[in-house]
Design a protein around this ligand. Structure first.
Ligand code: GTP
Ligand code: MG
Length: 630
C-alpha cells in the first residue's frame, strides 16, 4: 500500500475494553501508509439495527464487518475498513463501524457518548441509523448529539460562552445522513407525497409545548439543525420478510433481497460515493490516512486524560505531523529533480543555480500545497535550510567532478609537453621560445575542451604553477638569449602568473555574487508563495465564515416561520459576531505575520542577510501602504 489503499480486512481502530478506550497500533500503521485524502463515512446508532450490514454494502461486499444474529451486540469499539474509493480517483474510502449504542448489557454507558462523539469527529459523512420511524422515541435516543457540546470544545481556552463555542462546530463537523431501516410508513404529509429529506426535515421541526417529553426530543432536533447544516435521509424497506433468511443476511445474493431494498441501498451507496466529501478540518485542511490516525490518537488521548477533546488542538497536532511530512516531501522532490536535471560538472555556477532555482520553486510549491498553520514559518525555514545545504553539497559535487575531469583532460593534453621536457627538447639554444610555443598550444587545446566546469581555470593554474621551476631552468639554460632577454622573459612569466591569479579571484567574486543573487531569488520566491498561500487561506476562512453565517440566518428564518420567536432571537448575538468576524477577515492583513516571516526567512539565508533585510523591510512597507489604502 504505497500511497493508496488495497482491499484489506476490517480492523479494530479503537478498542473499548473495561470502559477504557485504546487505539489499535496496527490500525494506525495501516492509516500511516495511506497518503491519499480520505473520505470517512462513519455509522452510529442503537445496537442491533443493521449498521454493520449497511456498511458492508458501502464496501460492495457481503462479508466484512461482522454481523451478529443474536440480540447481543456484535461490534465493539470502532472498526475501520479502508477500501479504494469506487469513484473518486486517488482517494481512499474509510468506513467506520461503531459499537451499537444503548446496549443494556453494558454496565457503563459513558463510553457510548464517547464512541458517538468520536464517530462525529472522525468522519466527513456521519450516518445515524435507526429502526422503523423518526419519532419522539427515536429522537430521544439521539440524546448523544446534545451531549456533544459538553464533550467537545473548539478552543483550548475554555470559552465562557458554550453557545458561541458550539456554533463553531459547524466548520469541523461532517455531513449528516439519517438512515431509517424497516421503514413501514408511506412517505406523505397531510396526504401529499413527500421526499425522504422532507420527511426528515418535518421530523426535525421543533414541537411547541411544555411537556418534558416533547422538550427532551426538541433538544436533539435543535442540535442536529445547529451542528449539521447538510442533512439527508434515506429510508429502507426490510431486506427480506423471511425471518430465517434475515438471520443469515450476509449469505444472501442481491436477487434474494426485497426489490425495494435493492434499489434503496443502491441509491444510498451511489449518493455516498458521489457526495461524501474528503475529510477536512476547518479552512479547507484536507486529512490524509496518516492524518486521520493522528486525529484518532489525539482525541482518544484527550478522552483518556480526562480532558475535553479540543478541535483547535487537534488541528495543531495534525499540522505538526503534516508539515513535517510536507518538508520531507518537498526536500525529496528537490534532491530528486536536482540529481535528474543537473549534468555534473555544470559548465558554470550560474547553470547550477538556475536549475536550483527551478527545483526550489517546485519544492516550495509542494510544501505550500501540503502544509498548513505553519504560523511562524518554522517548517518553511526548515525546508529552506535543508535546500540551502543540499545546494551547497551539489556545488561541492560539481566542483569535485570538475577537478576530476579537468585533471584527466590536462594529463592527456600535456603528455607530449611533458615528454619533450623530460627528453630535453627545450634545453637547447632557443629552447625557451620553443617551450612557450608548446605550452601555448597545450593551453589552447585545454581551453577548447568543452564543459570543464567551474574548476577549469584553477586546475590549469595549479599545473602551470607546478611548471614554474621547469620554465626557469629552460630559460636559464637558453644560450641564444642575453641576460637582458632572460630578465624580460622572467618578468613576463611572473606577470602572466599574477594575471592568472587575478583572474581566479575575479571568477570567485563573480560566483559569490551569483550565489548571493540566488539567495535573494530564493527569498523572494519563498515570500511570494507564502503571500499567495496566506491570501488563499484568508479567502477560505472568509468562505467558511460566510457559510456559517448563511447557516445561522437560515436557521433563524426557519425558527421564525415555525413560530419559535424566542429561539430565533437567541441567534442574534451569534449572527452579529459572525458578521463582525467576516469584516475583520476581509480587512485583515496581518503585519506581524509578514514581519515574522521576513525575519525567519532572513536567518535562513544568513550570508545574504544584509541585502535581504532591506528587501524584507521594503516588501513590508509596500504591504503596509497597500493596507492603508481604503
Ligand atoms: N430487520 C432488519 N434486520 C436487519 C437489517 N440489516 C441487518 N439485519 C439483521 O440484523 C442483524 C444484525 O445486523 P448487524 O449489521 O450486525 O447490526 P448492528 O447494528 O451492526 O449490530 P451491533 O454491532 O451489535 O450494534 C443481522 O444478522 C441481520 O439479521 C435490516 O435492514 N432490517
Ligand atoms: Mg455492528
Amino acid at each position: 500500500m504505497a500511497s493508496g489503499s488495497t482491499i484489506m480486512d476490517p480492523i479494530c481502530l479503537v478498542r473499548n475494553q473495561n470502559n477504557q478506550l485504546t487505539v489499535n497500533p496496527r490500525a494506525l500503521k495501516i492509516l500511516e501508509q495511506i497518503s491519499q485524502p480520505v473520505v470517512v463515512v462513519a455509522i452510529a446508532g442503537l445496537y442491533r439495527t443493521g449498521k454493520s450490514y449497511l456498511m458492508n454494502r458501502l464496501a460492495g461486499q457481503n462479508h466484512g464487518f461482522r454481523l451478529g444474529s443474536t440480540v447481543r451486540s456484535e461490534t465493539k469499539g470502532i472498526w475501520m475498513w479502508c477500501v479504494p474509493h469506487p469513484s473518486k480517483e486517488n482517494h481512499t474510502l474509510v468506513l467506520l463501524d461503531t459499537e451499537g449504542l444503548g446496549d443494556v448489557e453494558k454496565g457503563d454507558s459513558k463510553n457510548d457518548s464517547w464512541i458517538f462523539a468520536l464517530a462525529v469527529l472522525l468522519s466527513s459523512t456521519f450516518i445515524y441509523n435507526s429502526i422503523s420511524t423518526i419519532n419522539h422515541q427515536a429522537l430521544e435516543q439521539l440524546h448523544y448529539v446534545t451531549e456533544l457540546t459538553k464533550l467537545i470544545r473548539t478552543k483550548s481556552s475554555p470559552s465562557s460562552d458554550e453557545e458561541e463555542d458550539s456554533a463553531k462546530f459547524v466548520s469541523f463537523f461532517p455531513d449528516f445522513i439519517w438512515t431509517v431501516r424497516d421503514f413501514m410508513l408511506e412517505l406523505e404529509f397531510d396526504d401529499y407525497p413527500i421526499t425522504e429529506d422532507e420527511y426528515l426535515e418535518n421530523a426535525l421541526k421543533l414541537i411547541p409545548g411544555k411537556d418534558p417529553q416533547i422538550q427532551n426530543s426538541n433538544m436533539p432536533r435543535e442540535c442536529i439543525r445547529k451542528f449539521f447544516p447538510k442533512r439527508k435521509c434515506f429510508v429502507f424497506d426490510r431486506p427480506t420478510n423471511d425471518r430465517r433468511l434475515l438471520l443469515h443476511i450476509e449469505e444472501l445474493s442481491d436477487d434474494q433481497l426485497d426489490v425495494n431494498f435493492q434499489k434503496q441501498s443502491k441509491d444510498f451507496c451511489s449518493y455516498v460515493f458521489t457526495h461524501a466529501k474528503p475529510k477536512t478540518l476547518r479552512e479547507g485542511i484536507t486529512v490524509t490516512g496518516g492524518g486521520l490516525g493522528t486525529l484518532v490518537e489525539a482525541y482518544v488521548d484527550a478522552i483518556n486524560s480526562g480532558g475535553v477533546p479540543c478541535l483547535e488542538n487537534a488541528v495543531i497536532t495534525l499540522a505538526e505531523r503534516e508539515n513535517s511530512v510536507a518538508v520531507q516531501k518537498a526536500a525529496d522532490h528537490y534532491s530528486e529533480q536536482m540529481t535528474q536535471r543537473l549534468n555534473l560538472p555544470t559548465d558554470t555556477l550560474q547553470e547550477l543555480l538556475e536549475v536550483h532555482a527551478a527545483c526550489e520553486k517546485e519544492a516550495i510549491a509542494i510544501f505550500m500545497r501540503d502544509s498548513f498553520k505553519d504560523d511562524r514559518q518554522m517548517f518553511q525555514k526548515k525546508l529552506t535550510d535543508i535546500m540551502e545545504k543540499k545546494k551547497d553539497s551539489f556545488m561541492i559535487q560539481s566542483e569535485e567532478a570538475s577537478v576530476k575531469y579537468c585533471e584527466a583532460e590536462l594529463k592527456q593534453l600535456s603528455e607530449s609537453l611533458m615528454k619533450s621536457i623530460s627528453g630535453g627538447t627545450f634545453f637547447v639554444p632557443g629552447g625557451h621560445s620553443l617551450y612557450l610555443e608548446a605550452r601555448n598550444k597545450f593551453e589552447q587545446d585545454y581551453k577548447l575542451v568543452p564543459r570543464k566546469g567551474v574548476k577549469a581555470n584553477q586546475v590549469l593554474q595549479s599545473f602551470l604553477q607546478s611548471q614554474q621551476g621547469v620554465e626557469e631552468a629552460i630559460l636559464k639554460a637558453d644560450q641564444a638569449l642575453t641576460d637582458g632577454d632572460k630578465a624580460v622573459a622572467a618578468e613576463c612569466a611572473k606577470k602572466d602568473a599574477a594575471e592568472r591569479e587575478q583572474e581566479l579571484l575575479r571568477q570567485k567574486q563573480i560566483e559569490e555574487e551569483q550565489n548571493l543573487e540566488a539567495q535573494e531569488r530564493s527569498f523572494k520566491e519563498n515570500l511570494a508563495q507564502l503571500q499567495e498561500k496566506m491570501d488563499r487561506e484568508r479567502e477560505s476562512l472568509r468562505r467558511q465564515q460566510e457559510m456559517m453565517l448563511e447557516h445561522k440566518l437560515k436557521m433563524q428564518k426557519e425558527l421564525l416561520t415555525e413560530g419559535f420567536k424566542k429561539e430565533a432571537e437567541a441567534l442574534n448575538k451569534e449572527i452579529a459576531q459572525l458578521k463582525e468576524g467576516i469584516q475583520t477577515t476581509e480587512k485583515s492583513f496581518n503585519i506581524s505575520d509578514v514581519l515574522d516571516m521576513a525575519s525567519v526567512t532572513l536567518i535562513a539565508v544568513l550570508p545574504g542577510a544584509y541585502k535581504v533585510a532591506g528587501m524584507g523591510l521594503k516588501l513590508l512597507s509596500d504591504r503596509m501602504k497597500a493596507a492603508e489604502k481604503p
